[in-house]
Design a protein around this ligand. Structure first.
Ligand code: AHM
Ligand code: MG
Length: 359
């Protein structure tokens, strides 16, 4: 992976997947649980804590998915803050999502505490079992939630670190303020035309699509790689005149043909970063949320929006920076700090950086 040079080959499934007389099930369809167990079998020294954690996240995601799919019915069932026809309080979906992720992790055995876009401070699960667990998690439980009422894809973003504090004691803020390069895993769930969970470890990134008929995430995108070049650029053009000269120059480059790029590129911007980055990861492209004159640090949060995507992109062969520095090397100062964010295919990122240097 990137500068760390610790890429480990992704596990291949071909032989295990073949149906045999002893095992007539079509093993091509691996569920998320089967996949993580397969990985454990390949790494006997692993304790299984990370697999537990990912299973917990998958479970919360399925619950959130059910509610997201019902979102169009809020006018029938009751608006957030009101009481629905069953007499239950209707919660805002992002609060609901936050409670689901926090709930499964608090009751699980692999997470000592969480930080979330929905919480001002960290939540420490200070009980005997949680204090023994290795990991802490950071979440944006429902990113792009402003898009819910118009039926546009939204997502959950997560990031997992090994805690640096002493096992047996409650976790602390230092565990959460680690640079992104120390992530053990990162991922996202996209609630879209189908629901998908993608997660990356240093061994690779894999995507799982929710099969509604069995209620399980199943391996649909093994060993994801980001194309080294692409033809899509994603940026909020409404802010164009507030961007710096380097960003303006690059956007100008995207709109023209040159010897390298075979342009003009296609502009695609949903305004839901999980959907925008997922598309660009699979098809090749670049995503930008620069600082503006009004908001010099941009809008996106370093710890639970940019770091996880930077990690996933680097595992898949792409890159992510704040315009100057590699995102994963930034030492965080605050839980909710913001950063300009540029991420995508390496050749497009090279061209962007050249424009930023020249201007
Ligand atoms: P949110 O965390 O309040 O949902 O905001 C984050 C979202 C991202 O998903 C998206 O890329 C960005 O805001 C869009 O912002 P803008 O409308 O300024 O382009
Ligand atoms: Mg967000």
């Amino acid at each position: 992976m990137g500068q760390t040079g610790t890429t480990i080959e992704c596990i291949k499934f071909a032989d295990d997947c073949k149906p045999t007389a002893m095992n007539p099930i079509n093993r091509k369809v691996l569920t998320l649980d089967e996949f993580t167990i397969q990985q454990l079998r390949n790494f006997p020294q692993a304790t299984g804590e990370l697999s537990n954690l990912l299973r917990d996240i998958g479970l919360a995601a399925k619950r959130v998915n059910v509610e997201v799919n019902k979102a169009g019915l809020v006018d029938i069932l009751g608006d957030a803050g009101s009481v629905n026809v069953q007499g239950e309080d209707v919660k805002k979906l992002d609060v609901f999502a936050n409670n689901q992720f926090m709930g499964v992790l608090r009751h699980g055995i692999s997470c000592a505490g969480i930080a979330s876009e929905e919480l001002d401070d960290i939540a420490i699960f200070d009980d005997e079992i949680s204090n023994q667990s290795k990991y802490i998690c950071l979440f944006d439980p429902l990113d792009g939630s402003g898009n819910i009422d118009v039926n546009i894809s939204i997502g959950t973003i997560f990031s997992v670190y090994r805690r640096i504090g002493t096992k047996g004691e409650p976790c602390s803020r230092e565990d959460f303020l680690q640079p992104g390069i120390r992530q053990i895993a990162a991922g996202y769930i996209i609630y879209g035309s189908s629901t998908m969970m993608v997660y990356a470890t240093r061994r690779g990134a894999n995507g799982f699509t929710l099969d509604p008929s069995i209620g399980e995430f199943t391996l649909s995108h093994p060993d994801i790689k980001c194309p080294s070049d692409g033809k899509i650029y994603s940026v909020n053009h409404g802010n164009f005149f507030q961007y710096g000269d380097g960003e303006k120059k690059y956007i100008d480059t995207c709109q023209k043909k040159n010897k390298r790029n075979g342009g003009p590129y296609t502009q695609r911007y949903i305004g839901s970063m999980v959907a925008d980055l997922h598309r660009n990861l699979i098809k090749g492209g670049i995503f930008m949320y620069p600082g503006t004159t009004e908001k010099p640090r941009g809008k996106l949060r370093l710890l639970y929006e940019c770091n996880p995507f930077a990690f996933i992109l680097e595992v898949c062969g792409g890159r992510a920076t704040d315009g100057k520095e590699r995102i994963l090397d930034i030492i965080p100062q605050e839980l909710h700090e913001r950063t300009p964010f540029f991420a995508g295919s390496t050749l497009m990122m090279d061209e962007l950086e050249q424009c930023m240097k020249d201007h």
